[in-house]
Design a protein around this ligand. Structure first.
Ligand code: NAD
Length: 303
């Protein structure tokens, strides 16, 4: 029996069109009072990252059955309070993995071919072809740390480049790595043998600082490090030291310990390519997240 669905953040029309028959109530979820009013008789609420569903919002929503987040992170939802209230919390965990994997591959090439400093030099009126001589990926070794959804897609996308793939993931069996054409190795082996290292682990107490001073010292001085996972997994102080002391050739970063990373010292280094956490920022990922959230609403309300 269709009911009222609150749309508290902006969602793609293509996704919302799949809620035909439901009463859609749009509100500005960033305004807690407007949100509580909108939720008063609602069965479902669709959010992105702008709306906070806390205990007060849940208390104002006695008929609510599902909070659906069109995206991955659930830091803006009090999941414990929702669970206590019998409200399902759903997200769209796989909606952006292709986008992140594609950015990782792009950043690997940008770092190895020194696209950013070459671009800057040309814009400054110089034509320095020999200065920006880079290296081919073919024949080099790429180490993937974390062989989950994104890491697997990165492995699949890199294989046709003719690279030798190493993988480190203590929770994935060796066979799974083999099937992707990668050799499963210990972290230290991966770091010392790779020409490029790309990081795809979740941020947990165990992975914060996973790549610190000791680990970066294991890497080749000619190597590049790419992080599109989460800030803090690579120790930024240790990374800055490795780059400025010539112990590492380059780094490409989409994520930072502190975001927004405006003013981060790493941004001043010529050997760093940086993007403002845009791994998931594609049209396709946003559409997919919207559709997955809408599907979750329909499953919860239609059974
Ligand atoms: P996932 O859970 O599918 O895979 C993570 C993998 O890391 C798992 O296979 C797990 O076994 C492995 N792992 C855990 N601890 C490890 C350790 N100590 N050493 C090696 N491997 C370890 O996650 P995913 O969907 O592939 O996402 C990977 C990362 O990308 C996450 O940090 C996620 O937050 C990040 N991400 C970034 C963006 C962005 O905008 N840049 C967007 C989405 C996801």
């Amino acid at each position: 029996m269709p009911g009222t669905v609150v749309v508290a953040d902006s969602l793609p029309h293509t996704a919302l069109s799949e809620l035909e028959g439901y009463a859609l109530r749009h509100c500005d979820g960033r305004d807690p009072r407007a949100l509580r009013e909108a939720l008063a008789d609602a069965e479902a609420v669709l959010i992105r990252s702008g709306t906070r569903i806390d205990a007060a919002a849940l208390a104002a929503a006695p008929r609510l059955r599902i909070v659906a987040r069109a995206g991955v992170g659930l830091d803006n939802v009090d999941v414990a309070a929702a669970t206590r209230a019998g409200v399902v919390v759903a997200n769209a965990p796989r909606s952006n993995v292709i986008s992140v994997a594609e950015l990782a591959v792009g950043l690997i090439i940008a770092s190895v071919r020194r696209v950013l400093p070459a671009n800057r030099s040309l814009r400054d009126g110089r034509w320095e072809r020999s200065r920006y001589q880079g290296r081919e990926l073919a024949g080099t070794t790429v180490g993937i740390i974390g062989l989950g959804h994104v890491g697997t897609l990165v492995a699949e996308r890199l294989a046709p480049f003719g690279v030798r793939l190493l993988a480190h993931d203590p929770y994935v069996d060796t066979e799974a790595a083999h099937r992707l054409g990668a050799r499963a190795v210990a972290l230290d082996t991966l770091l010392s043998e790779s020409d490029t290292v790309t990081v795809h682990v979740p941020k947990t107490p165990a992975t914060i600082g996973l790549l610190g001073d000791r680990e970066l010292r294991l890497m080749k001085p000619s190597a590049h490090l790419v992080n599109t996972s989460r800030g803090g997994i690579v120790d930024e102080t240790a990374l800055t030291a490795a780059l400025t002391q010539g112990r590492l050739a380059g780094a490409a970063l989409d994520v930072f310990a502190l975001e927004p990373a405006v003013g981060n010292a790493l941004l001043g280094l010529d050997s760093v390519v940086a993007t403002p956490h845009i791994g998931a920022s594609t049209h396709e990922a946003q559409e997919r997240a919207g559709r997955e959230a809408v599907t979750a609403v329909r499953c919860a309300l239609e059974g």
